[in-house]
Design a protein around this ligand. Sequence first.
Ligand SMILES: *Cc1c(COP(=O)(O)O)cnc(C)c1O
Length: 427
Amino acid sequence: MSFNSSLNEALWIRQKAIEHTDLFKNSIPLIASENLMSPLTREMVISDFNNRYAEGLPGHRYYQGNKIVDEMETRVEELLRRLFNSKQADVRPISGTNANQALVFAFLHPGETILTPSLDSGAHISSAEFGAVGMRGCTIKNMVFNTEEMKVDVEGTRKAILAEKPKVVLFGFSVFLFPAPIKELKETIDEVGATVWYDGAHVLGLIAGKRFQDPLREGADVISGSTHKTFPGPQHGVIVGNTDDEKWKKVRRGVFPGVISNHHIGAMAGLGVTAAEMIEYGESYASAIIENAKTLGGELYSRGFKVLAEKSGFTESHTLLIDVKSQGGGKQVAEVLEQNFIILNKNMIPGDTNTKAQNPSGIRIGTQEVTRIGMGKSEMSHIADLMDRALKGKDVKEEVFQLKKNFQEIRYCYGKDKGYDFVELYK
Ligand SMILES: *Cc1c(COP(=O)(O)O)cnc(C)c1O
């Protein structure tokens, strides 16, 4: 009896997965931190790699059975070094936050100071007082941010570096509209001897596609990242570096045994597949993402949306940030759009305080996923029109379904044209 009913629970969950898949099959996905895995990547994630343990590094494991894992992991690291033209790569962090924890552990001791952007200028929670940096007991000082341009203020931040003498300078945003001024600040950072850490969680795919900025050439010691935002891989993390052996040794130890035990080998194999696909298609993918974001920004702006950073051209990445105070606030706007199967998130904008997290003044949009399924300029204009009419009270569901029907295949990956026929998006 109870046996039967618990199996029914299992089937109920499977049914939810079917419904959820269907929801996204029919929706326009505009969340800036999400993407779709290629079919071959998906296969790796559920392969037997996913069932195994391989603590440590290739050749220095604690369990038997890792011979093939070692070969594969070594190759995945090579692929990441090649893609980012880096001296070092660690492919074991299991998420972007986990990669950040490892770097905090590697580069900072309790009481030491880190200079980061503030939360309302778009920083991620993992670099805040109540995230990884705070847990390590570090002192957080903020960079100066120009909210008009939505860029780091170089001269203000230069003064902050000289005044605070931080151990680490962290460039990283969850609303990453424009390249960070690493080059401009490198000399000052070197003067105080700080380590330069670039959190590229959001823009990793754009960097891989050589279209945003090249942090390792501009002076960053390491880049941490999520591998499932603009980088269209499995949910996982990565660290790549161009730093000295001493620092890199600390990074390795920060990852294991610092913050992980096993490292999700199926996802790591999937990361390798995606890296290979990005070596092949990354540049055209990143170009199309950015072009779509600029187009969508312009189309929304011309319909009266308050797209931020107007004077700087709205964005140079996949992301747009929009002030929707006059349209009912971030919460209401995101909910009305959700009712019409346009999926995005409410977001803080400069000037919002932490207490506004549940009803901030803005929404955030990302174009990486719609680009991945082949949408281009004319679809960006169509999406802006649908958003506009939905927010004026029109029901645009059916039009959204019609539009989405024509975009059900994943691009920029190993697919049909290479004889691999499992390319239907949501099978
Ligand atoms: C998303 C994000 C992270 C965290 O990544 P997860 O993979 O979700 O853990 C870290 N830093 C920044 C800037 C991010 O935007």
